[in-house]
Design a protein around this ligand. Structure first.
Ligand code: SAM
Length: 247
């Protein structure tokens, strides 16, 4: 269905490290909405100060998400306009937001996400792995369901993108090497857009060896090649051709 209603909720991406990564439209929206909903009002407060924007902030995080949604939708019905931001990157991408978007749509109100910073896009592109098709896996479950999730990806042919914390990276690389094979190509993108940005490419085995001697700090995205398509052998091609002539 087409939407010609005025927007009630904007999702506004904010920088993932480099404070210059904010769009002109993001600045305009953050300045003009009635209220900015923030995952952490202190973090967003500092960003707004840097951007010289003063506007009212209200807390919206994973712990109050369910409770807050109903009240917010009611305020939108009465005409208030909100912007949702997370601590960094695009709201609702491995961050709170999905629930609010869903309920605002269900209430027949209009939502718009601005394009802007997010960690998985530069990581995927920097990896040099095929990106015509890919899967975004976000964070793997820490305990329950972790192995099941990894096993479900064993035959995945598309490039896979994971968010991961630095202290869990080696364990994840080891588990993926066990499931996918140690020779699978991958890339660890660290501190994207920041001064110490680094993209380390290699097989899973090479990355394990690298990070065992180079302790890891900062935020990371792990990109892993999909399962290589099996090439047809000459015999199989020949067999196919002769079958075509026989049929
Ligand atoms: N909403 C964010 C987005 O759009 O990318 C993601 C938020 S999620 C809570 C945080 C994770 O994103 C980090 O653990 C890391 O995996 C990834 N991340 C965020 N900023 C990053 C950066 N500058 N460099 C590498 N990874 C980053």
């Amino acid at each position: 269905m087409s939407e010609s209603l005025p927007i009630s909720l904007y999702l506004v991406p904010t920088p993932i490290g480099n404070l210059k990564d904010i769009t002109l439209r993001a600045l305009e929206i953050l300045q003009s909405v009635d209220v900015i909903l923030a995952e952490d009002t202190r973090t967003t407060g500092m960003l707004l100060k840097h951007l010289e924007i003063s506007n009212s902030l209200q807390s919206y995080h994973i712990f109050n998400e369910h409770k807050a949604v109903e009240k917010l939708v009611e305020r939108m019905r009465r005409g208030e306009v909100f912007a949702l931001v997370s601590d960094a990157g695009t709201p609702a991408i491995s961050d709170p937001g999905f629930l609010l978007v869903r309920e605002v749509i269900a209430a027949g109100l209009a939502v718009q996400s601005l394009p802007g910073p997010t960690a998985f896009v530069p990581a995927l592109v920097n990896s040099g792995l095929p990106n015509d098709r890919f899967v975004f896996e976000g964070f793997l479950p820490h305990k329950k369901g972790r192995k099941t999730r990894i096993d479900s990806l064993v035959d995945e042919p598309r490039t896979m993108v994971f968010y991961e914390s630095p202290h869990r990276l080696i364990k994840t690389l080891e588990q993926l090497a066990e499931a996918f094979g140690a020779d699978r190509q991958a890339c660890v993108s660290r501190e994207l857009t920041k001064i110490h940005e680094e993209n380390v490419r290699g097989t899973l085995e090479e990355l394990i060896a690298y990070y065992e001697t180079n302790p890891l700090k900062g935020e990371i995205v792990l990109t892993v090649a999909g399962k290589p398509e099996r090439k047809e052998s000459r015999e199989e091609k020949q067999e196919k051709r002769s079958k075509k002539y026989r049929d």
